[in-house]
Design a protein around this ligand. Structure first.
Ligand code: ADP
Ligand code: MG
Length: 354
């Protein structure tokens, strides 16, 4: 294992910012560290970098315990959310900074900065100052500066949070490619699930200082282990009284447990379009939103409101239409766990011949 974090905790003024977190990361992986604001992501990253001391727990890099190793000797590059470039230094000097303090020779610095200017597409900008650059360019400088001393591990704390949506999307594609080419182990912090899913080989989901789940984006999406992850990833509707749903009226749902239902778990249509009418609920279309590639339907089922997708190729529905609603599966939430339950009534209807 390249990175191993064991039972790390950190308390600020009686508040547990990081609560007994353990994980390990293989060399070369790009990890998305995802969770809501205040969840402890930055604190975790700063502890890894040695900018913060944990109250307890151990950090291993390449099998060596680094708790007592100075930040600058841990072989870690750090990119922060706010560009944190030196305003009074031009692009060249900003990128060269880590090499200058390590007393690298002039020739060495020139070669390495040149490589990084090419790598980050900043050739020609070396004499500009930060205020003469766009947000995206500044973050590329920050990235080049972090890479200059050839770190073994790259930590990126919401690097694109301050950049507008379109440029941000371009930058993350660029970053993923670049990190892939370099093969450098990286941890990318974000509170944006789409960003994490798009960028990461593997995700770590944290909330309230605790690690909720580690796994590939597909694994986390399809098999959330905790109630928090089931609700945080994807676009779910919470159903307070799932026992009121006919199709799920069997013994599989206990009264009092909530359910989470994703739009892709729900099929809405005229009765004849629904493959298992006996398992379907009756509903009414309340709103229809055009979402580009598909329609999103807001449907009332008893006292519940569900969200479902419908293809543009299907027969159009109107708000107010009575529809059949087949819920294929849902997550049952009890205490802090999430369990997927398939519709128990979804049996193949036998064709009736008289
Ligand atoms: P995130 O990066 O996920 O938004 P942080 O790691 O910044 O979360 O913060 C986690 C919690 O720890 C928050 O409640 C925050 O207010 C608190 N915290 C972080 N750093 C400090 C600090 N230096 N002093 C006091 N509280 C802090
Ligand atoms: Mg943060």
């Amino acid at each position: 294992m390249h990175i191993e974090v064991r039972n790390i905790s950190k308390t600020f003024h009686g508040h547990k910012a990081v609560d007994n977190v353990s994980f390990s990361i293989e060399r070369g992986k790009l990890i998305g560290l995802l969770g809501p604001s205040g969840g402890g992501k930055s604190t975790l990253l700063r502890i890894l970098a040695g900018l913060e001391t944990p109250d307890s727990g151990d950090i291993f890099i390449n099998g060596k315990r680094v708790n007592d190793v100075q930040p600058q000797l841990r072989g870690i590059g750090f990119v922060f959310q706010n560009y944190a470039l030196f305003k009074h230094m031009n692009v060249f000097d900003n990128i060269a900074f880590g090499l200058t303090i390590r007393k690298a020779s002039k020739a060495e610095i020139k070669t390495r900065v040149g490589e990084l200017l090419d790598l980050t597409g900043l050739r020609g900008f070396e004499h500009r100052y930060p205020h003469q650059l766009s947000g995206g360019q500044r973050q590329r400088v920050a990235f080049a500066r972090a890479l200059a001393p050839k770190p073994d591990l790259l930590l990126l704390d919401e690097p694109f949070a301050a950049i507008d949506a379109k440029v941000r999307k371009e930058l993350r594609t660029w970053l993923k490619q670049l990190i892939g080419t370099l093969g450098i182990t990286s941890i990318f912090v974000t509170h944006d699930q789409d960003e994490a899913v798009e960028v990461a080989d593997e995700m770590l989901i944290v909330q309230k200082g605790r690690l909720e789940q580690q796994g590939s984006p597909v694994h986390i999406y399809t098999d959330p282990q905790t109630a928090f992850v089931a609700g945080f990833i994807g676009h779910s509707t919470v159903v307070e009284q799932p026992e009121s749903l006919r199709g799920f009226g069997g013994s599989s749902l206990t009264a009092g447990a909530k359910a989470l239902i994703r739009p892709e778990f729900v099929e809405v249509g005229r009765e004849r379009e629904i493959p298992f009418p006996s398992a379907a609920e009756k509903g009414k279309v309340r709103h229809i939103f055009f979402r580009g590639a598909h329609l999103e339907l807001d449907v009332e089922v008893g006292s519940n409101r569900l969200s479902a997708h419908r293809s543009l190729d299907q027969e159009p529905l109107q708000p107010g239409d009575e529809v059949s609603v087949l819920i294929h599966r849902l997550y049952v939430i009890s205490d802090e766990s999430a369990t997927i339950v398939e519709n128990p009534l979804k049996v193949d209807p036998l064709p009736v011949h008289i």
